[in-house]
Ligand binder design. Structure first.
Ligand SMILES: Cc1cc2nc3c(=O)[nH]c(=O)nc-3n(C[C@H](O)[C@H](O)[C@H](O)COP(=O)(O)OP(=O)(O)OC[C@H]3O[C@@H](n4cnc5c(N)ncnc54)[C@H](O)[C@@H]3O)c2cc1C
Length: 384
């Protein structure tokens, strides 16, 4: 059996590996020119952690993970106003949590791809013909490839979804925030941030910094915006949004590169994840948003669920249907968590700012800590 996977991100690499190990002939089309080197820090726990263990890649992930101890909120003068212990949260999930940069997770998934997998970088999807017995895929390099299955693993703005299921506007649910991320080198900032996730204690906007190895820093920004339309000049928009945030914000913003990551914070909702010989995985069909904190984890686990059902089913459509039946309820549950988080994620008044500080102080209490942990982790799901 032959499959074309569009997207060499987390979901695409995980799906390509799982299917190739099950004997599929795999070609991956990725529009970027090569593997991503920039990105953001991710908490990786839940079903993806279990899937990674089953795949045997947990030691490799742990080897490049960062030992983050706590999230620390700081005011504009750099004074600590609140703390949240990562260790306590990790304890709630039996220590089965790691913090990893997105390019590092992708690198580990790429390293375990069987040599038979063809990875075509700099090649975007251009067109799809979805027939009853197979797909024909046109790529930007002029080639037309036929396969038994097309997997859309091309992220929240999926071109496969657009071509086969309809326009993006029908499926994207905007949660009211824009987000940005980038990496830069600054020994001074890296030293001040140390081994914690340092965040501005601000209304309607938040800048977070992680100190990485080799004096690098990962910046993560999120701010409220009533409109899902993205600004043309993203760096200028961030300078404007974060003016007056104080502390290390001006220095970190001055380091923002032109090609920084910038997007809406949104979820993807579809009633069906497959049609004929096309199936969607990862953010293309199941984006939960960064507010749910499990998008990458669900991408890795969902890929495994798809591969398992395709191996067991008597036909491709039957395998895709079984995948959707098992995995969609899990995703719906995490999406609900993400939407709930959108209500308290960024304080919008002084009263809410004070309330967050009180909640952070209370998070030291086991009962409150357990409630936060359970709400973030969601129900346990068995992953084969
Ligand atoms: C700031 C931020 C913080 C986050 N934090 C966490 C976290 O703590 N924990 C967690 O689990 N998740 C987190 N997430 C979510 C997580 O990053 C996503 O859920 C995950 O990356 C989804 O993987 P994906 O492979 O489905 O999509 P993507 O990672 O978006 O990959 C899609 C790939 O497809 C390629 N592509 C797109 N279009 C085409 C095309 N037409 N042709 C060919 N290739 C194409 C893209 O170049 C890309 O490589 C966070 C997200 C953000 C934005």
């Amino acid at each position: 059996m032959k499959a074309i996977v569009v997207g060499a991100g987390i979901a695409g690499l995980a799906t390509a590996g799982d299917l190739a190990r099950a004997g599929w002939d795999i070609t991956v089309l990725e529009r970027s020119d090569g593997p991503r080197t920039s990105g953001y820090m991710m908490d990786f726990f839940g079903p993806g952690y279990d899937a990674a263990e089953n795949m045997g890649i947990l030691p490799a992930l742990l080897a490049c993970a960062y030992p983050i101890e706590e999230a620390t909120y700081l005011d504009s003068a750099g004074r600590v106003t609140g703390k949240l212990s990562f260790k306590r949260f990790a304890d709630l999930v039996d220590g089965r949590l790691l913090s990893i940069m997105r390019p590092d997770l992708e690198a580990v998934l790429r390293q375990i791809l069987p040599p038979s997998v063809r990875l075509a970088y700099g090649t975007a999807l251009q067109g799809v013909e979805n027939g009853p017995d197979g797909v024909r895929v046109a790529a930007s390099d002029g080639s037309v490839v036929e396969a038994d299955l097309l997997v859309g693993a091309d992220g929240i703005h999926s071109a496969v979804r657009e071509a086969v299921f309809g326009p993006e506007v029908r499926f994207i649910r905007y949660l009211g925030f824009h987000t940005a991320a980038y990496m830069f080198s600054d020994p001074g900032i890296a030293e001040q941030v140390g081994g914690r996730f340092a965040l501005t204690d601000t209304k309607n906007r938040q800048l977070g910094l992680y100190g990485l190895r080799d004096n690098r820093v990962a910046a993560f920004l999120v701010h409220r915006d009533p409109s899902p339309i993205l600004p043309v000049d993203r760096r200028a928009a961030l300078q404007w949004e974060f003016a007056g945030a104080g502390w290390l914000a001006p220095r970190a913003l001055a380091r923002a590169p032109e090609d920084l990551y910038y997007d809406v914070v949104a979820q993807v909702h579809l009633d069906r994840w497959h049609s004929g010989r096309v199936v969607l995985v990862g953010d293309a069909c199941q984006a939960v948003s960064l507010l749910a904190g499990q998008g990458a984890s669900l991408a890795v686990a969902g890929a495994r669920v798809l591969a398992t059902h395709l191996a067991e089913a008597s036909s491709i459509p039957e395998g895709c249907e079984a995948y959707q039946r098992e995995w969609m309820p899990v995703v719906r549950d995490r999406q609900e968590t993400g939407r709930r988080a959108a209500r308290w994620f960024l304080p919008s008044s002084n009263a809410e700012l004070v309330l967050r500080r009180v909640m952070l102080a209370l998070s030291g209490l086991p009962v409150v800590n357990r409630a936060i942990g359970n709400s973030l982790a969601g129900k346990a799901v068995p992953i084969r």
